[in-house]
Write a protein that binds this ligand. Structure first.
Ligand code: ADP
Ligand code: MG
Length: 140
């Protein structure tokens, strides 16, 4: 499996809980490295653009409000099999279904406030990374 990049976002709920360090530790201890990092407060419109793929879903409005409710920490993670590995460390979307020991099992309160985002394919990772980062700001 080649070295890949994926986009991770620590969502407003996890930033507010002060667990940024715990989440990044899990990435680093499992073979992922931070290649770029940026804390930002999204506007609802920016959150809407990022999640445009979900525009027709009933939860889209709430998702955009939530993602713009406080600062987020966007990161590029790099490592072997990074897309899938990050998804495994995150756990299922609904924390009630997330495996024990995953980020969402340990830090998410609900399917809305579920602590982290992670790209779901290498192709989407490239699009999502370019939403937050210019190439010059990503280190290998
Ligand atoms: P994931 O973040 O695991 O990739 P999705 O891409 O399906 O999940 O959904 C994006 C985000 O939208 C989820 O992380 C969650 O915050 C929110 N979401 C998804 N499904 C629901 C739902 N049924 N009700 C409320 N929010 C949801
Ligand atoms: Mg998704």
């Amino acid at each position: 499996m080649p070295v890949q990049r994926t986009l991770s976002i620590i969502k407003p709920d996890a930033v507010a809980k002060n667990v940024i360090g715990d989440i990044i530790r899990r990435f680093e201890e499992n073979g992922l490295s931070v290649a770029a990092m940026r804390m930002t407060l999204l506007t609802p419109a920016e959150a809407g653009r990022f999640y445009a793929v979900h525009a027709e879903r009933p939860f889209y409005g709430d998702l955009c409000s939530f993602m713009s409710s406080g600062p987020v920490l966007a990161m590029v993670l790099e490592g072997k099999n990074a897309v899938k590995l990050n998804r495994e460390l995150m756990g299922a979307t609904n924390p009630k279904e997330a495996e024990a020991g995953t980020i969402r099992a340990d830090h998410a309160d609900s399917i809305d406030a579920n602590a982290v985002h992670g790209s779901d394919s290498a192709e989407n990772a490239a699009t999502e990374i370019s939403f937050f980062f210019a190439g010059l700001d990503i280190q290998s």
